[in-house]
Design a protein around this ligand. Structure first.
Ligand SMILES: [Zn+2]
Length: 459
């Protein structure tokens, strides 16, 4: 069993089952193995010095690989990549990305430009974001009916084109139309008439789709506005339901969690303000860890005060014994069971140096403060998404939260969202069998050095 060394003693990269000898007489296909060496690897809330082996875009079980290598010389490494003492992290997963580099994922015209979308996904990946959930803001029904099939095709295409070295769309996040607090969403497009009446099929109809949308993976809704049946039926069809843009009380939010709500969308923003007697959804921060849902926070420095980001972080981080872990990865004595997730909530102006006026869905947005802040054209006090990509949010989190380690900040943008979405065996962790979506980060300033998507360098 290959061991690695941490500041807290010995641990292992993987648990290794019985290693079967190579079958003789079987024609073996020669495939290239890449070894990433001289790296600090993010693993279970820590940085550990270890090598990482990748073959055909998948992270290898190092111990098993070495065992086989001793039997079969064709298994030895073909390419060695010296990581020069940098940090090798799992690719980031942005579960709320409205757009970037001039593309608005709520605009059908933008989505029809395949070359532009591909180029945007490449630019997104260069920020370390190797996977994301394109997010549709609340739009009118005709726009939904165009956007949803286009995004569905892009998500399916991303699965089929697994060799493309660009950020991959894992599924659609629909923020709306059943919300109670409009925020920067179009008030006229919010569906208040049907709220409380629709089922999950009714939901897909409400977003302009006659059939169930298999790529729909996240729905943000105001739990106090909808029926219990809608939440339960969405969850039953594999959709993660997130409470957001809501005036729900703490009690209503807890009830919704009991019905299957598993996440909160951009905690603090577009929700009932906190009061010590009536805390609303924000009161979830005070619950025991096993009663807390996954919570997303926009750490761009504008949406939430750094001190409040730190408060949320302190309330949502927790370390549990390995026995509490449900995914079978028991090689660590403890695991970082944090519920804090970073999202960018970025809009199409993100990544563009000179954007001044754009649209998000049907809302007109102005970019202010030297390109760092997005506000509604009609009301500059209302933030309209961010222009900050997720890698900057990781750096901000580390700056805002004195107790947060580098590994924990990185996990808030990778492991935790993967866990929230139930994709942690393929994404967000550098474990055997997972996709080799890798981000090389400078140890001193956490800038992005290089990115690999399924083992292929993003250029
Ligand atoms: Zn929002």
């Amino acid at each position: 069993m290959a061991t690695t060394t941490t500041s807290e003693g010995s641990t292992t990269l993987s648990d290794v089952g019985a290693c079967k000898p190579q079958e003789t007489g079987t024609a073996q296909k020669r495939v290239q193995t890449t070894r990433f060496t001289n790296a600090w690897i993010v693993l279970a809330g820590k940085l550990v010095q270890a090598d990482l082996f990748v073959r055909e875009g998948i992270i290898l079980d190092a111990a098993k690989h070495f065992w086989q290598a001793s039997c079969d010389k064709s298994n030895t490494q073909d390419v060695v990549i010296d990581c020069e003492d940098h940090i090798l992290a799992p690719g980031f997963i942005d579960i709320q990305l409205n757009g970037a580099y001039g593309v608005d994922f709520s605009d059908p015209q933008h989505l029809r430009d395949a070359a532009k979308v591909e180029e945007t996904c490449r630019s997104i990946a260069l920020h370390g974001v190797t996977s994301f959930y394109p997010t549709v803001v609340t739009v009118d029904k005709p726009t939904y009916s165009q956007v949803m099939p286009l995004l569905h095709d892009l998500c399916v295409g991303a699965k089929e084109q697994r060799k493309s070295a660009v950020a991959e769309m894992l599924g659609i996040h629909c923020e709306g139309p059943f919300i109670a607090v409009s925020g920067a969403h179009c008030d006229d497009c919010i569906n208040r008439d049907d709220a409380g009446k629709v089922s999950s099929m009714g939901y897909t109809v409400s977003i302009g789709c006659s059939a169930n949308v298999t790529s729909l993976k996240i729905v943000t809704l105001a739990p106090e506005s909808v029926s219990t049946q809608l939440i339960q039926s969405l969850v039953a069809s594999g959709v993660r339901v997130s409470a957001g843009h809501s005036n729900a009380t703490l009690e209503q939010t807890e009830q919704a969690i009991g019905n299957g709500v598993s996440m909160v969308t951009h905690m603090f923003n577009a929700m009932k303000a906190f009061s010590h007697r009536s805390p609303g959804c924000i009161g979830l921060l005070g619950l025991a860890p096993d009663r807390q849902p996954f919570v997303s926070v926009i750490a761009d420095g504008h949406h939430v005060h750094p001190c409040v980001v730190n408060m949320a972080w302190k309330c949502l981080k927790t370390t549990l014994p390995a026995s509490a872990r449900k995914d079978g990865l028991t090689s660590q004595t403890h695991w970082h069971a944090c519920k804090f997730m970073l999202i960018s909530d970025a809009i199409s102006a993100a990544g563009l140096s000179r954007a001044q006026a754009i649209k998000v869905g049907c809302m007109e947005v102005r970019i202010t403060d030297n390109g760092t802040r997005a506000v509604l054209k009609t009301d500059s006090s209302v933030l309209a998404g961010s222009v900050t990509m997720l890698d900057q949010c990781v750096r901000n989190l580390l700056q805002f939260c004195p107790d947060c380690t580098i590994a924990q900040a990185i996990e808030a943008a990778s492991t935790i969202p993967a866990r929230a979405m139930g994709v942690e065996k393929q994404k967000g962790q550098l474990i055997p069998g997972a996709d080799a979506d890798l981000v090389l980060m400078d140890r001193n300033n956490l800038s992005i050095v290089k990115v690999w998507k399924r083992g292929v360098l993003v250029t």
